[in-house]
Ligand binder design. Sequence first.
Ligand code: SF4
Length: 67
Amino acid sequence: MRYPVVDLGECVDCDGCVEVCPEVFGRSDAGYIQVADLKSYPETCVDEAIMMCPADCIAWEEREEAP
Ligand code: SF4
């Protein structure tokens, strides 16, 4: 399954991903961007966030399904 991941070291806190794809991207209590824990992720909206991220720090990552 594909998960979106954010490289927080590169993130410039522009909130763009939260604006285009709020069901996936949000803010943690500590104020960092975090990815929601979902069973599956909406490709179109994550792709949109990837395209508009000014720091180019969002990417899809392939992971094994939990058993
Ligand atoms: S769009 Fe990119 S730089 Fe902007 S808050 Fe999201 S992850 Fe950070």
